[in-house]
Design a protein around this ligand. Structure first.
Ligand code: PMP
Length: 299
């Protein structure tokens, strides 16, 4: 991660080092924040943010689910995002939106704590290298009856933090989590796909998986390549027997999986390769069919 000059915080661009919060911030104590991870890519027409409005709409939905008022409109958040990337002079970057319950009153009740919104952008390489090795986590994925898994909220990320640490400690790169029914849910920061006999499958939201924007992008790219995608429950053993497995997310991109637990999968396979190429062309503005997914930073 490379520090940038500015972070947008509640309507102002402040120097990176001055984007601070109080130690009694509600979100620090109780996990009451919602977040987004978005990327801007360099394109022939200059830097552009990929699927910005979809990310901002998911932020709004997450805030609504946890009952947190969001004091900015989508138009204001879009303008603030573009202003942040422009002020930091980045040609490509990762963008972190965070809306958190700030400093007000201690205690679980959040009503008296104002919502603080921040937008940070920094240059960041891919989260995972190609050929990622997955470990089935001993931690179960958050259950939607326990915390709202449809919200991209910070509190529930402790589940990902635990699973990631366990996988790294065991010598793997990433964890894949199963839900209460024992079906595949997702990885700690990415959705998972299997390819079998040329057909793609990925777990549905009710499996506890985030409705990933890259997952949706993969669905559309696959359809345009004439491939079938099904959203279905997957067993752990479906990962072992797949022709190809890949994970996808904004931070990760599309990354092929070379092993799951004790099963070596090899690869990268042809379907993953085609989708990764199509994704690269889309995000870098080299395919006109997907130009509407890009919001130029320069307007
Ligand atoms: N699942 C989890 C748990 C994640 O943190 C992410 C990253 N936001 C994803 C899936 C992928 O989502 P997206 O493609 O929208 O980045």
């Amino acid at each position: 991660m490379r520090e940038a000059e500015h972070i947008w915080m509640d309507g102002e661009l402040v120097p990176w080092a001055e984007a601070r919060v109080h130690v009694l911030t509600h979100a620090l104590h109780y996990g009451t924040a919602v977040l987004e991870g978005t990327r801007a890519f360099d394109t022939p027409a200059g830097p552009a943010v990929f699927r910005l409005d979809e990310h901002l709409r998911r932020l709004e939905r997450s805030a609504r689910i946890i009952g947190m008022p969001l004091p900015y409109t989508l138009d204001e958040l879009r303008a603030a995002t573009l202003a942040t990337v422009a002020a930091n002079g980045q040609s490509s970057c990762y963008i972190r939106h965070l809306a958190h319950r700030g400093y007000g009153e201690m205690g679980v009740a959040a009503r008296a704590c104002p919502t603080v919104v921040s937008i940070a952008s920094w240059e960041w390489g891919a989260l995972l290298d190609s050929g990622v090795r997955l470990m089935t986590s001993s931690w179960q994925r958050n259950d939607h009856r326990v915390v709202p898994t449809a919200a991209k909220a910070t509190g529930p990320y402790l589940n990902s933090v635990m699973a990631k640490a366990e996988a790294l400690q065991a010598g793997y790169d990433e964890a894949v989590l199963l839900n209460a029914a024992g079906n595949v849910s997702e990885c700690t920061g990415a959705n998972v796909f299997v390819v079998r006999d040329g057909v793609l499958a990925t777990p549905p939201p009710h499996a506890g998986a985030l409705e990933g924007i890259t997952q949706d992008t993969v669905g559309r790219l696959a359809a345009d390549l004439g491939l079938t995608v099904s959203r279905q429950d997957l067993l752990r053993t479906d990962l072992y027997t797949a022709d190809e497995v890949f994970v996808c997310g904004t931070a990760a991109g599309i990354v092929h999986v070379s092993a799951v637990d004790h099963c070596e999968l090899g690869g990268p396979g042809p379907v993953t390769g085609k989708l990764a190429d199509a994704y690269e062309a889309a995000v870098h503005g080299r395919d006109d069919r997907y130009r509407h997914w890009l919001t130029p930073v320069g307007g």
